[in-house]
Design a protein around this ligand. Structure first.
Ligand code: ZN
Ligand code: ZN
Length: 360
């Protein structure tokens, strides 16, 4: 009897010692992640009314369709003058839709099906996409997806390069403290400098900085006016312009736990994307890449993919400290982390069942 009790209490002690450590390790797995907003219900959502064009195809005539043509024109899919656009779904709009679908990894139908409309109304970067024709898309499908601006401009300085950056003394936002914004950009620059021999240093002299970061509302003098909440989130210019602008009308967030707005946009994801443009990367067709053009509200996308890395390293070479396999290694270790947690769950479930059986 004594030995049974001893065994019983030893077992209890083991259970109690294991249980808190399981909780402390596994808790992050169970924290509630923010709900990704896929339906934009905010009244100010710039392109939400494009929902009215659902199921339109060649031959359709829908009131206001000229605005959609303007959209495709702005983002590089449709040639022509905005003033001449009509409400008729003509052949050129059909091919613009088809090219857009190919670029965004959608079924290429040339019609405004639900998936296409959902992507069109998603908030996105203000820069136009790279449009090469459907044959080019198919050719690249299995290989690289990264793109450059015409002429492949980059910061043409001897390696290693140091680029300075500064925040506008006049055009920032008050909703987030400046030190928080600086931290976000610091991490975003680090992400790129870890893979290429380019360093980024903050300076105070805005006019003399290579990269100038500012938040603007509406028309701000560069021919690319911002449009209020959602729609266009930000834009940056190709090398060696260095201008990186964010729409001050967005609900910018650094922590979705604190910023509960349905239309909150993750500043760090957008900053990392725009720095890619500053370095010379254009939009990719790879959905997982940082350089993909759209980003849903309440979504964080921070890690450079191989597509982003290969693209930027083809312009600048590799950071000597960057090991090409480290991305794969980090993938493996994060998977192992998941496996360990599952093992923990199994052990704990087993212990709980046993404890119930022993009436503890
Ligand atoms: Zn972009
Ligand atoms: Zn601008």
């Amino acid at each position: 009897m004594f030995s049974f009790l001893k065994l019983y209490y030893s077992f209890l002690l083991i259970c109690l010692s294991l249980f808190p450590s399981f909780l402390s390790r596994a808790t992050p797995k169970y924290t509630l992640t923010p709900v990704t907003v896929t339906t934009l219900i905010d009244k100010n959502a710039t392109w939400q009314h494009f929902d009215a064009f659902l199921d339109a195809g060649r031959g359709s005539h829908v009131r206001g369709l000229w605005e959609l043509k303007k959209y495709f024109n702005h983002f590089g899919y449709l040639q022509g003058q905005n003033l001449n656009f009509t409400d008729s779904f003509d052949e050129s709009l059909e091919s613009a839709v088809a090219q857009y679908q190919a670029n965004f990894g959608l079924s290429v139908t040339g019609k405004l099906d639900a998936d296409t409309v959902a992507e069109v109304v998603s908030p996105r970067c203000g820069l136009a996409d790279e449009v090469h024709g459907l044959g080019h898309q198919a050719m690249l499908h299995a290989t690289n997806h990264f793109e450059y601006f015409p002429g492949q401009p980059r910061w043409a300085r001897p390696m290693p390069i140091t680029l300075t950056y500064a925040f506008s003394p006049l055009h920032m936002i008050s909703a987030l403290p400046l030190p928080k914004i600086k931290e976000v950009f610091n991490r975003s620059f680090d992400r790129w400098s870890s893979v290429i021999p380019v360093n980024f240093t903050e300076i105070n002299d805005y006019m003399f900085a290579d990269i100038r970061i500012a938040f603007y509302k509406g028309d701000h003098g560069d021919g690319e006016p911002f449009d209020g909440a959602l729609g266009v989130l930000a834009h940056a210019f190709s090398p060696e312009s260095g201008r990186l602008h964010l729409d001050a009308a967005e609900t910018w967030a650094v922590d979705f736990g604190q910023e509960m707005s349905k239309v909150a946009v993750d500043l760090e994801s957008v900053a990392t994307h725009e720095i890619g443009h500053v370095l010379g990367l254009a939009h990719t067709t790879n959905k997982e890449s940082i350089m993909y053009p759209s980003l849903k509200p309440r979504t964080r996308k921070l890690e450079l993919t191989l597509d982003d890395i290969k693209g930027v390293q083809a312009l600048y070479g590799s950071n000597p400290n960057y090991k090409f396999g480290s991305l794969l290694e980090s993938d493996i270790s994060s998977n192992q982390g998941t496996r360990f947690s599952i093992a923990d769950i199994k052990v704990t479930t087993f212990l709980l069942v046993l404890m119930m059986w022993l009436h503890i």
